[in-house]
Design a protein around this ligand. Sequence first.
Ligand code: BEZ
Ligand code: FE
Length: 287
Amino acid sequence: MKELDPQNITGVVVDQMSLTPDRRLREIVDSLVKHIHNFVRDVRLTPEELSEGLRFLTDVGHTCTDKRQEFILLSEVLGIETLVYAMADRLGEEHGTPTSILGPFYMPDIPTLELGGSIVGERKPELAFYGQVTDARRQPIRNASVEVWQTDEEGLYDVQRPEYSESDLRGRFYTNEAGMYSLQSILPLGYSIPMDGPVGQLVKAQHRHGMRPAHVHYIVSAPGFKSVTTAIYLKDDPYLETDTVFGVTESLVGAVAEQDASSPILGLPALRFDFQLRSDDSNPRSS
Ligand code: BEZ
Ligand code: FE
């Protein structure tokens, strides 16, 4: 039996876990333990700070309900979700549109609308979103499903409204023979992440604003291709560079053109964004 000290404890823990039969589980937990032990040594964590951290994680757990996932929010405000997506996006040989945060307001049951249709209900459409869905070699993909959802003029998703009963500012469109999609909408507004829980407290303690820049969410999918969950962010939004959940990357920023002769919806300002899908069997480079 050896005397445990701040250096040898890590090896003792890793040794005890070394019989884990699942290789990937062993690799992940080994690395996690080594990194966390290094972190504890690095910041010289005190017993009081350990208790405080565990209290925080307990609060995060208690804040989760079937409608709210505070752990996902935590992984987002720490940039972990974006890091994982950014690595997964780079695994294949083929180029595809980058992934961006799904967020908690996705709803799978949404109306399918005619190409060029409006998602704004009784409101007056203000602008068009359109573009082409292609494969990695820029060949059009017909009949691709393009799911869209966004906030309203007050920065709220339909499901956040107390009077919510039916889908608003959401729709599914299928691309035509040329792989084109188009729809009519309004400008989405940026908004704050939920700030009334432990993750919000952390963000406030860090003097971060908690805002997300204005964006439109998309899920684009087609048989034979990997579907992409992403979002288009509006150029000139003041929070583009400081998105609290790190969803924005340069190639996902789109600009509204006041006049766009190529837009299939004439008479409205338009934002064109083309999506590229990787094929389902595109081989990961690293395996
Ligand atoms: C969203 O983009 O819908 C979202 C992402 C993270 C937290 C809250 C909302
Ligand atoms: Fe969003």
